[in-house]
Write a protein of this length. Structure first.
Length: 298
């Protein structure tokens, strides 16, 4: 029994014409499948389907899948002893379904491989050219992600479509997906590209607002005792209070804005400058709060 010569590719990242993506490439797809199917070679069994359920990313990338076989009840009974003996070497026990005339077998497969960087345009062309890939591939990906199997399904549904038309449609779908990706910021929906600007800008203005008020409090007189009575959270005594204040003014803006840039993959020089600019302002606000704390000491 010879496994079908399928080319196999799984995109791990959102297909983006502006950057490379990673695809899963098996080490030896033919050899791995041949080893799993070996107990049923020469028994008259036929391979009905090869289904892939997903990637196991822990450790070395491994593709999990299932091979469905079918053979007659007569052939199965004739080769039962041989099948059972050779099946002992398989890492997973086969699942066998027996009827009056047919026997169905499902075998677990594990295909080892690696991720390789592929340019988006080359990847799209490669996937479209690999029309014999299993289109039943289950990616479990969100609807906004445009993956290789989506391109293949499109090409299979419209076989007369040229590569140029298919890639044009793919580009339009990517544009729609990007437009539909919105982030909530202060009750408003903004695109990731704008969020990486508005987020750091809002953080910088907030810290600057605090610095201005602390500076004013440091220069104000306390004739009516309001300075001593007002319970400023940032002016509580103790190492824990000072540590929380320092973290919220210096570390938190840096970490949150960095996470925003990384998660949206929308790096901008202006957004990065605003993120870094909030750090010295936060430090000055912390120093100003320390001076004000000493004034509150009775």
């Amino acid at each position: 029994m010879t496994p079908p010569n399928w080319k196999l590719g799984l995109a791990k990242e959102l297909l983006d014409e502006d950057s490379d993506i990673e695809v899963f490439v098996p080490d030896d797809l033919q050899g791995e499948l041949r080893a799993v199917l070996q107990p049923y070679t020469g028994t008259g069994a036929s391979l009905k389907s090869l289904r892939y359920s997903g990637l196991q990313l822990a450790g070395r990338p491994t593709l999990e899948g299932y091979a469905d076989l079918e053979l007659s009840r007569q052939d199965f009974d004739q080769h039962r002893t041989r099948i059972q003996e050779l099946a002992k070497s398989l890492p997973f026990e086969p699942r066998i379904r027996i009827s009056d005339t047919l026997v169905g077998v499902t075998l677990d497969t594990r295909i080892r491989g690696e991720y390789r960087q592929v340019e988006a345009s080359s990847f799209a062309r490669w996937m479209l050219a690999s029309g014999n890939i299993d289109r039943r591939l289950e990616t479990g990906s969100p609807a906004q992600q445009i993956l290789g199997p989506t391109v293949l399904a499109y090409a299979a549904e419209y076989p007369e479509t040229t590569f140029a038309d298919a890639t044009k449609t793919l580009s339009e779908e990517i544009a729609k997906a990007r437009e539909s990706r919105k982030l909530a910021l202060l009750g408003l929906e903004v695109s990731p590209e704008r969020a990486v600007l508005f987020g750091p800008l809002f953080t910088l203005l907030l810290v600057l607002f605090l610095l201005v008020h602390l500076g004013h409090a440091n220069t104000a007189t306390d004739e009516d005792g309001s300075l001593q009575a007002f319970p400023w959270v940032g002016l509580f005594y103790g190492r824990l209070a000072r540590g929380i204040l320092a973290s919220s003014l210096i570390l938190l803006p840096l970490l949150v804005n960095t996470w925003l840039i990384v998660s949206t993959r929308s790096f901008t020089l202006v957004g990065s400058a605003l993120t870094l600019g909030a750090i010295p302002i936060g430090y000055l606000a912390f120093r100003s709060s320390s001076r004000l704390r000493f004034r509150k000491v009775p």
